[in-house]
Design a protein around this ligand. Structure first.
Ligand code: PA5
Length: 444
């Protein structure tokens, strides 16, 4: 019995479900047999059940060593080498941790942009703390993290000397290829390997995600156990109707074929904002190709009901909404009666804030469905490492199935190269001289 439940009662797909079942189950077989496009990137499928206690121990020991040395840990990476860790750390963190005397180090991210001000401000802040860094890049050649790491490495070396700096930097990269592997070997950094057969956006349960998550003091064993539970719950042996990944893949593909081209992932828990960012990369990069694919968008509710709510209710009718519905909060806050009732809120007296949030969720779902926005509900019992691990694997499994159902290779990302070619040409990177000439002509 899995802790993630999917409810498609309000998706309006009941009539088409039987017709797509065969296609979805075929897509699931293709995924699990490894007979489809991109089958050299299926290492994530059985990753949860194959992670050993020894691997987790090594990650935890390295995390503890960094935590002992530093109160600020800079995690450098972009895309799949960033979003998974960010998603889990945000989900599990204290929303106001930065205002409180914390037990562990603060984890911040860099290398996910090329903003000079961001990097300047990071270096200023770093100067006021004991610092360590984790640099993550599978290819080892991605420009954004490479630029950030050059700056961070220089600052750490200047501050602590080269030998001590080498104990404060950990690299997560390919086993043999790429500039980062070469640099890490030369500098004597502790390293972790990103398996060849796991693509960036499916790598959260490798050291790419697990090391920064452990550094933040989060229970990675519980995260992995949640993912293991979902690996079993989404296996091809689980019948279609009971398999949440198959049902999710089926519902969104039915809706896409009916003209619902944008999927909004909604959460009523602001801590899940980066789970939605991670999900957007997972689905956008996996499915958006060959001029096909659902456009993944996201909202945090109820905040965005006061900004995007109007469009969702009455704008173009091409939207479907998938809600991550959290069963229970971690804490209790009750609204008390007020003798004067000047704010007129005594009708809520005795209620918990989560009860009000639940009614907002229910009322919004009904309004959106009435307005022509089909609703898929993904229920998780609570925001804990276990359930977040389950949720992440659920989305990965469904993504593989959904991509094959759509008829694309869910495991490549050829489109990501286009901007890089132009940027390198404009920056006069050696090897891009001809492109540079052509692009300058075009911009004249
Ligand atoms: O999912 C992907 O493959 C990408 O988002 C990569 O993770 C991203 O481009 C970063 O690549 P790298 O880890 O090689 O620096």
């Amino acid at each position: 019995m899995s802790s993630i439940k999917i409810n498609i009662d309000n998706a309006g797909v009941g009539r088409e479900l039987g017709a797509i079942e065969g296609e979805v189950m075929q897509a699931m077989c293709t995924l699990h047999e490894g007979s489809g496009a991109g089958n050299d990137f299926l290492g994530w499928v059985h990753l949860p059940s194959s992670i050993s206690g020894t691997q987790l121990d090594e990650i935890r020991q390295t995390a503890d060593a960094l935590r002992a040395k530093a109160d600020l840990i800079i995690v450098i990476g972009i895309g799949g080498s960033y979003l998974g860790a960010k998603a889990v750390i945000e989900a599990m963190g204290d929303s106001f941790g930065y205002l409180r005397k914390q037990q562990g180090p603060t984890v911040v991210f860099a290398g996910q942009n090329l903003s000079e001000d961001y990097l300047y401000e990071l270096m200023q802040a770093a100067g006021e703390h004991e610092v360590a860094a984790i640099v993550i890049s599978k290819s080892g050649t991605t420009t954004e993290p490479a630029v950030a790491f050059r700056l961070v490495k220089e600052a750490i070396e200047k501050r602590y000397g080269k030998a001590e700096a080498a104990t404060r930097i950990v690299a997560v990269t390919d086993a043999a290829r790429g500039a980062l592997r070469k640099l890490a070997t030369q500098e004597g950094y502790k390293t972790f390997v990103i398996p060849d057969n796991v693509g960036g956006r499916f790598s959260v349960l490798t050291p790419v995600g697990l090391l920064p998550i452990a550094v933040a003091g989060i229970d990675i064993a519980a995260l992995v156990r949640g993912a293991q539970e979902m690996e079993a719950a989404t296996a091809p042996s689980v019948p279609f109707a009971e398999n949440p990944a198959a049902i999710y893949a089926a519902a969104r593909n039915i809706l896409y074929r009916k003209g619902f081209k944008t999927e909004i992932l909604a959460a009523y828990e602001p801590k899940l904002l980066f789970v939605a960012e991670w999900w957007k990369q997972l689905y956008g990069e996996s499915e958006g190709k060959e001029h096909k694919g659902i456009f993944p968008a996201s909202v945090t509710l109820t905040a965005d009901l006061h900004s995007m709510g109007q469009y969702i209710q009455q704008g173009e009718r091409t939207l479907m909404e998938t809600v991550i519905s959290v069963g229970a909060p971690q804490h209790t806050v009750q609204i008390d009666a007020d003798a004067e009732n000047l704010d007129g809120l005594n009708f809520l007296a005795g209620k918990r804030v989560s009860g009000v949030n639940r009614m907002a969720e229910l009322g919004t779902m009904l309004a959106h469905v009435d307005g022509g926005v089909p609703n898929i509900k993904i229920e998780i019992p609570a925001v804990t490492p276990h359930h977040i691990g389950a949720l992440l694997y659920f989305f990965e499994a469904a993504c593989g199935i959904s991509g094959y159902t759509l008829g694309v290779n869910p495991f490549d990302q050829p489109g990501v190269e286009a901007y890089k070619k132009n940027m390198f040409a404009l920056l006069d990177k050696p090897g891009y001289e001809a492109e540079g000439k052509a692009i300058r002509e075009r911009l004249k």
